[in-house]
Design a protein. Structure first.
Lengths: 76, 138
């Protein structure tokens, strides 16, 4: 991992078009500004992880479920 | 079924894949016969997903997305449809919807992407049938 030290107001450039700015450091919180093209998704890592995990949980569903879903009265 | 919407299979290209399934790009969105509330999203390469539309179960669901950020889905006149992935645990009635990362599908063009909402109160798990609203059916 590349490790760089920055002060509030200082920036980093990743590639040609992603700029990371350290906006504020307050106690153990760091406020970061990110400028990136719209097609580059930016997520808090734990949010990304949670969604990945949920997708994997959702993928466990068996197709059999389709015949027993709520919303259909099978007894008619 | 009274409404004639979405009654046939639709081939879906998901260029970025679903998070955790980035390698899978080709899906088929299938309606479920006799049940207009759910849909089946199938990939030829592996997993299938149960989908619903948030509007069916979460009337107050509000999304703030600007058209610009959906440009890869090539929105034209017709609105892009919002779906949500359903997780089904052992007890089917405990099924939950991922409202944090809905699926935006351009049904006309067969393009889709999972969108992660920013600054939202929603999470990956919302009961479709909240326990406090369930009646004991015996």
């Amino acid at each position: 991992m590349l490790v760089l030290t920055r002060k509030p107001g200082q920036k980093l450039l990743i590639g040609d078009d992603i700029t990371i700015t350290v906006l504020e450091v307050k106690g153990d919180l760091v406020k970061i500004g990110i400028e990136a093209p719209r097609e580059i998704p930016v997520h808090r890592f734990e949010v990304y992880e949670a969604i990945e995990k949920e997708n994997q949980a959702a993928a466990q569903v068996k197709k059999d479920i389709l015949s027993s879903l709520p919303g259909v009265d099978k007894n008619d | 079924m009274t409404k004639a919407e979405n009654t046939k299979d639709i081939k879906i290209k998901m260029e970025k894949g679903l998070l955790g399934f980035e390698h899978i790009h080709d899906y088929t969105l299938k309606p479920i016969r006799g049940n207009p509330f759910f849909f089946w999203l199938e990939s030829t390469e592996g997993p299938g997903f149960l989908l619903t539309k948030p509007a069916f179960f979460f009337e107050e669901y509000v999304l703030h997305t600007d058209k610009e950020s959906l440009s890869d889905l090539e929105p034209s006149g017709r609105e892009i449809q919002v779906y949500t992935i359903v997780t089904v645990p052992e007890n089917t009635m405990d099924m939950t919807a991922n409202l944090l990362a809905p699926l935006f599908i351009n049904e006309d063009k067969g393009l889709a992407r999972q969108v992660v909402l920013h600054d939202t109160p929603y999470t990956t798990r919302h009961y479709l049938f909240p326990p406090e609203k369930r009646r004991d059916c015996g």
